[in-house]
Design a protein around this ligand. Sequence first.
Ligand SMILES: C[S@@+](CC[C@H](N)C(=O)[O-])C[C@H]1O[C@@H](n2cnc3c(N)ncnc32)[C@H](O)[C@@H]1O
Length: 244
Amino acid sequence: MSDYYVPGKERASKVRQLFQRIAGRYDLINDIQSLGLHRLWKRKLVHQASLHTSAETLRPPLALDLCCGTGDIALALARHGFQVHGVDFSEKMLEIARERTPSELVQRVRWSCQDVLALSEPNGTYDLITCAYGLRNIADIPAAVALIHRLLKPGGQLLILEFGKPENPILKTLFRLYLKMVVPLFGLIFCRDAGAYSYILDSLDHYPAQRGIDELLRHQGFIQTSWQNIIGGTMSLSTAFKKR
Ligand SMILES: C[S@@+](CC[C@H](N)C(=O)[O-])C[C@H]1O[C@@H](n2cnc3c(N)ncnc32)[C@H](O)[C@@H]1O
């Protein structure tokens, strides 16, 4: 098991250490390991967000991007007219997000360095909450889901993009082999740390994935929950709404 996957109290500090370590190579490895496809999947998420957020008021809709990392989703949402708050506990990932923020978007995005579980904003602050490749890393996933529900406005939307668990046994085997044998090599080559990328499979094994997350969301009181499988369920895009 990767040194970075530690259940219990130390989980968050190990995850933070991992992203501090790989921040400089994170975007490059994302492009390599997904053959650039993560860009399409993120675009799909932003498209889903725009579909559901109507301009009911004059002010721009408010979005919270959890585990924002180097800012792909937060910046894309800002480009689509959202006022965005990006939150991440890795200063180094946020440093890159800040550097990547074009001057015309500076007023549209606010970056905060903190653990998402410590967010203390008032109930019903956001029209939209997004989390791409973040939820799997959070030490207490049910607590994160409860927090998201609390922070959303009635009628607000949640979108989660994550690694998934394919049900086709052949695809499942191939996908696991890819994560076990190939992806850690990218960590080794680009960060001199195979464990930083073997972490993905370890964390996925402990993550409820698309089905389990959907159940958790319904249990929390979310409505209209659904998910789309991407590449046979190796990735998934889940969505849910808070009752009006
Ligand atoms: C795999 S990266 C995803 C980054 C970005 N959302 C993307 O899709 O490219 C996961 C990010 O979540 C952050 N993270 C993990 N757990 C967190 C927590 N509890 N609070 C804040 N950030 C967290 C990490 O620092 C890292 O930047």
